[in-house]
Design a protein around this ligand. Structure first.
Ligand code: ATP
Ligand code: MG
Length: 602
C-alpha cells in the first residue's frame, strides 16, 4: 500500500480526554476517532488490525467445529421477557420502540436470540452438538465508558453459543473452547491469565475470564518503572505457589484462619467518640485494632414500581475488610443494589452515618422501606468483644458479640479477599494481585436459557430434553487496545507480527532521488509479489517525519532505503528490539520472513 493512496492521519498529540496509553496511541496513530462518549470510528489502519484479530478468532472457532452466522442487532422484546432478562438487565440495556410502539433492544449479547433460533430449527440429538458463532456490534449503556475502546458503549464482539445433549458433552466442549481461546490469545501475541469468574447477568453454572495482564516487556526494562499499570479494570488474585487464579469478584475467602479469638465475652460498654466516624478514626481514638470493628453499611434496592421505596440491607463486615458488591448481589439474589447516601441513611434510621451498629438498629421511617434485612459477612462471626456504632450520635459500643447481642438474618462470604488470606485452593499464604483487561469470557450455562425458553430436542429414546448450553465471548475491539497496553514504548506502538496492520514500513529517505526511487520501487514490487504486507511511505516528507510515523504506527520491520547503503544494501530495522541489519535486495524476502518468525517467538 502506497501511503499517498492510504489515509494515515497521525497526530503529534492525543486529545486531552484520552485516559490510557492505548487510547492515546490509537488516536495518534490514526487508528480511531471518537464520535461521542464510548462511540468510536475505526479508520483504515485500525480496521486492518481489527480484521486480523477477527480472522485469527474465526480460524480457531472453525477448528473446533463452529459455524458462523449473522444475527440481528435490533432485537424484539419478547424473547427477553421469556427469560426475564428484559426486567433484570437494568440500565445497561439500550431499549427503543418502533413507530407502532413495539419494544426492542440493541443487542448487548445474544443468548435469547440464538436459543429462539435453535428452538425453531433443530429437533434431534443427531444434530448435536452444535456451536454457532458470529462477529457483530454489541451495545451496552455502560455506566462509565472509558479507556478508549476498552469500555465502549458500542463495540465489536465475537459471541458463540453451543448446544449439547447432556452435561458431560457440554463440559467436554467447554474445555475445547477454553483451549481454542488460549490459542487465539497466544496467536495475537497476548500474555494472559485464565481466571475463575462470576457469571453476572448472563448467568449459568461457572465461568472463566481471560485476562490480559501487565508484562515486563511492555517496554525496555530500563524504562519499565515509569510505565503505568495496565489499564485493566479487573483485579485478579492469583497464587504464586499453586495455579489458582480468580477475578477478585469471585475469589472465595476462608474464615477460620482469620479469626480473632478472645475466650471471655465481656459486658457491653457504651463509649463517647465525639465526631469519630470512620473505622480509622475510632480505631485511633480508642486505640483498638480495625480487626475488632464491625463496619455497618447500608445498601438499598429501589423498588421498580416506586423508586422512593427500598428494600434495605444493613451489611456488616470486619473493620479492615471491604464488601464485595458482586458477591453481595449474587448471595442476596438482587441485581440493582447501591450504597445508600448519607441523607437516605438518616431518613431511614435517624442515626448519622458513622454511628450505625447492629445492636437494636431500627427503621424509624417505614414509608421509604419495603423490607429490611440484617446481613453479615462471615468475618463478623469470629469477632469477639467487637466495636461498632451505638446508633446514636457521637457514641460507639464495645464488647459486642454476635448471637448474644444481635443475630443477622443472613450470613455469607461477602468480602474481598486480601493478601493476608490463605489461597482458596492450596491454603498457602502466597496470594498476589494483578490488574487485568478481560478480553474473553466463557460460560457453562446449563439449561438456564433452554428451560426458560422451552427449547427442547428429542433424545435417543424419543424423549424431549432441554438443551445444555455454553456461551463464549471475545471482545475483538478490546483486544486491539489490550495488545497495545502490553506492547509499546515512548515512540509508539510495537505490534506483534500476526496482528500488525502491515509487516513492513518501507521508508525511502528521499523518494525524489532517482537511485533511491528505483531501488524502493523495486523492493516494493518484490515484497508485494511475495505477499508481504508493506506500507510504502512514498510521501514527499522530511525523513524525520517519516521515521516518527514509522515508530508510532509500529510495524514490526522498517526497511530504509538511503544513499548511504546503496547500491548493494538497504537497512532492516526491528521495531521491538531496535536492532538494525544491512540486507541485500536478493535476501530481503528471506530476511523479512525469518525476522517475523523470530518475532513471533519473543
Ligand atoms: P466487563 O466485566 O468488562 O463489563 P462483561 O463480563 O460484561 O465484561 P461479557 O458479557 O462476557 O463481558 O462480554 C464478552 C467480552 O466482550 C468481554 O470479555 C470483553 O472482552 C468484551 N466487552 C464487554 N463489555 C465491553 C465494552 N463495554 N467495551 C468493549 N468490550 C467489551
Ligand atoms: Mg460488562
Amino acid at each position: 500500500m502506497r501511503l499517498t493512496k492510504f489515509y494515515l492521519p497521525t497526530l503529534r498529540q492525543a486529545p486531552s480526554d484520552c485516559d490510557t496509553v492505548s487510547a492515546k496511541l490509537m488516536f495518534r496513530a490514526g487508528m480511531i476517532r471518537k464520535l461521542s462518549s464510548g462511540i468510536y470510528e475505526w479508520l483504515p489502519l485500525g480496521l486492518r488490525v481489527l480484521k486480523k484479530v477477527e480472522q485469527i478468532i474465526r480460524e480457531e472457532m472453525d477448528k473446533i467445529g463452529g459455524l458462523e452466522v449473522w444475527l440481528p442487532h435490533l432485537l424484539p422484546k419478547e424473547p427477553w421477557v421469556e427469560t426475564g432478562r428484559w426486567y433484570v438487565y437494568g440500565d445497561e440495556l439500550f431499549r427503543l420502540k418502533d413507530r407502532k410502539g413495539a419494544e426492542f433492544c440493541l443487542s448487548p449479547t445474544a443468548e435469547e436470540i440464538i436459543t429462539s433460533l435453535v428452538r425453531n430449527e433443530l429437533r434431534s440429538y443427531r444434530q448435536l452438538p452444535v456451536m454457532f458463532y458470529q462477529f457483530g456490534t454489541k451495545f451496552r449503556d455502560e455506566i462509565r465508558p472509558r479507556f478508549g475502546v476498552i469500555r465502549a458503549k458500542e463495540f465489536y464482539m465475537k459471541d458463540a453459543y453451543s448446544f449439547h445433549k447432556d452435561e458431560t458433552d457440554a463440559e467436554e466442549y467447554y474445555t475445547k473452547v477454553v483451549d481454542a481461546y488460549s490459542k487465539i490469545f497466544k496467536r495475537c501475541g497476548l500474555k494472559f491469565l485464565i481466571v475463575e469468574a462470576t457469571t453476572g447477568p448472563i448467568g449459568g453454572k461457572f465461568s472463566h475470564e481471560f485476562m490480559v495482564v501487565r508484562t515486563n516487556n511492555t517496554a525496555n526494562s530500563s524504562q519499565s518503572k515509569n510505565i503505568p499499570e495496565i489499564a485493566g479494570e479487573e483485579t485478579i488474585v492469583y497464587c504464586s505457589y499453586c495455579n489458582y487464579a480468580a477475578n477478585i469478584e469471585k475469589a472465595e475467602c476462608s474464615y477460620e484462619i482469620s479469626q480473632n479469638i478472645q475466650p471471655e465475652k465481656l459486658p457491653l460498654e457504651e463509649v463517647y467518640t465525639p465526631n469519630k466516624k470512620t473505622v480509622e478514626e475510632v480505631s485511633l481514638f480508642l486505640n483498638e485494632p480495625p480487626e475488632k470493628f464491625i463496619k455497618t453499611l447500608v445498601y438499598v434496592e429501589p423498588l421498580p414500581e416506586n423508586k422512593n421505596v427500598h428494600n434495605v440491607y444493613v451489611v456488616l463486615v470486619r473493620g479492615d475488610y471491604e464488601i464485595n458488591e458482586t458477591k453481595l448481589k449474587e448471595k442476596l439474589g438482587v441485581h440493582n443494589i447501591i450504597l445508600a447516601d448519607n441523607n437516605l441513611v438518616e431518613q431511614i434510621f435517624n442515626v448519622p452515618v458513622g454511628f450505625l451498629g447492629p445492636i437494636n438498629l431500627a427503621v424509624v421511617n417505614i414509608s421509604v422501606v419495603n423490607k429490611y434485612f440484617l446481613v453479615a459477612d462471615r468475618s463478623v462471626e469470629y469477632i469477639v468483644n467487637g466495636i461498632s456504632g451505638a446508633n446514636k450520635k457521637d457514641f460507639h459500643i464495645k464488647n459486642i458479640n454476635i448471637y448474644r447481642d444481635f443475630s443477622p438474618d443472613i450470613i455469607e462470604d461477602l468480602r474481598n479477599i486480601t493478601l493476608s488470606d490463605p489461597c482458596p485452593k492450596c491454603k498457602s499464604k502466597s496470594l498476589k494481585f494483578s490488574k487485568g483487561i478481560e478480553v474473553g469470557h466463557t460460560f457453562k450455562l446449563g439449561t438456564k436459557y433452554s428451560k426458560s425458553m422451552n427449547a427442547t430436542f428429542l433424545d435417543e429414546n424419543g424423549k424431549e430434553q432441554f438443551y445444555v448450553m455454553g456461551c463464549y465471548g471475545i471482545g475483538v475491539s478490546r483486544i486491539v487496545a489490550a495488545a497495545i497496553e502490553q506492547s509499546y514504548d515512548e515512540d509508539g506502538i510495537i505490534w506483534y507480527p500476526t496482528i500488525a496492520p502491515f509487516s513492513v514500513y518501507l521508508l525511502p529517505i528521499d523518494y525524489k532521488d532517482k537511485e533511491i526511487k528505483h531501488t524502493t520501487d523495486k523492493i516494493y514490487d518484490i515484497l508485494t509479489k511475495n505477499n508481504i504486507e508493506v506500507l510504502f511511505d512514498d510521501r514527499d516528507e522530511r525523513p524525520g517525519v517519516k521515521f516518527k510515523d514509522a515508530d508510532l504506527i509500529g510495524c514490526p520491520i522498517r526497511i530504509t532505503v538511503s544513499k548511504k547503503t546503496l547500491p548493494d544494501n538497504v537497512e532492516l530495522y526491528i521495531r521491538k528490539t531496535k536492532q538494525t541489519k544491512m540486507v541485500t535486495h536478493q535476501d530481503i524476502v528471506k530476511e523479512i520472513t525469518a525476522t517475523i518468525e523470530l518475532l513471533k517467538q519473543i
